[in-house]
Design a protein around this ligand. Structure first.
Ligand code: C2E
Ligand code: CA
Ligand code: CA
Ligand code: CA
Length: 273
């Protein structure tokens, strides 16, 4: 038993080592990939349920790796954050998303996810540069942030958020309901939008989950914030989120994230091709 225990321990260390090695090689590849232009964005429509038309697209990052193929952000964003590479990568995403959104009819918007690390790395300058180089009106850019931002350095974060608000860039609180102190943040930060996390929508056939969604919608409305339900996959979920008062929805029921050319066609026709 003792030998087996040691063996398990050894395997555990070997795995952890392999994981560390894989991460550091990913970090090296990432530098090269930014330079080479192997990252690209896909765009998922956000739909107004009352009109059925697209109001915005969320930009989501993808990495076409020369050996490993397509890598999703779930695998590389954490590495980019740990190494600080998220700062240039995030600045690139802002530029690219604004450049693309210029091709969509007004007043369609683009939402870009921003990491906490970017707030310490000149986010405001990156936003201003992206708007200036693309010519996109500031009201058409939205930033999606998560609560972790606010937990780490709230004073700095709130100052940056207020300055972004002053130049008319709107802020969405992403994954709403998954953090542990959402309610206190809602009073302190100038969000324009709340995105209800997919977990609540997945379970919305359960009356308890539905009650929580309704309460979140109520809070958003009372605070003058728009509400987006994330991860709507079925007609039944759509019906239920609508019943609870959500006015904007996003999810596979309408469309997966689309390559830029397809998003452009969607933007111009208002629907999937
Ligand atoms: P998120 O911001 O919560 O984005 C929504 C995720 O849910 C996306 O995964 C999207 O493809 C997926 N999704 C959308 N509709 C559905 C649905 O109906 N069902 C299911 N099961 N999933 C759906 P994706 O693209 O893999 O992105 C994962 C996360 O990576 C994002 O979560 C975001 O936190 C992060 N991320 C993506 N792009 C960026 C980026 O440019 N910068 C930063 N900092 N983070 C990013
Ligand atoms: Ca998001
Ligand atoms: Ca989300
Ligand atoms: Ca998420």
């Amino acid at each position: 038993a003792k030998a087996a225990g040691r063996n398990t321990h050894w395997m555990f260390e070997a795995k952890a080592h392999a994981r560390t090695a894989a991460r550091s090689s990913l970090a090296l590849d990432m530098k090269e990939a930014i330079r080479r232009g192997d990252f690209f964005l896909v765009y998922q429509p956000i739909i107004d349920v009352t009109t059925g038309s697209v109001v915005s697209f969320e930009a989501l990052m993808r990495w076409r790796h020369p050996e490993h193929g397509l890598i999703s952000p779930g695998e590389f964003i954490a590495v980019a954050e740990e190494t600080g590479l998220i700062v240039p990568l995030g600045a690139w995403a802002l530029k690219e998303a604004c450049r693309e959104a210029v091709y969509w009819p007004e007043p369609l918007c683009v939402s870009v996810n921003v990491s906490t690390v970017q707030f310490r790395g000149g986010l405001e300058e990156a936003v201003i540069a992206a708007l200036a180089s693309s010519g996109l009106a500031a009201q058409r850019l939205k930033l999606e942030v998560t609560e972790s931002l606010l937990a780490q350095n709230p004073e700095q974060a709130v100052a940056v958020l207020h300055r972004l608000r002053a130049i008319d860039v709107h802020i969405a609180l992403d994954d709403f309901g998954t953090g542990y102190s959402s309610m206190s943040y809602l009073r302190r930060f100038p969000f324009h939008l709340l995105k209800i996390d997919r977990a609540f929508i997945r379970d919305i056939a359960d009356p308890d989950a539905a009650a929580i969604v309704r309460a979140m919608v109520g809070i958003g409305e009372r605070l003058g914030m728009g509400i987006i339900a994330e991860g709507v996959e079925t007609a039944e979920q759509l019906e239920l989120v609508r019943r609870e008062g959500c006015k904007q929805v996003q999810g596979y029921l309408f469309s997966k994230p689309l390559p830029a050319v397809e998003a452009r066609a969607f933007a111009r026709s208002g629907r999937a091709q």
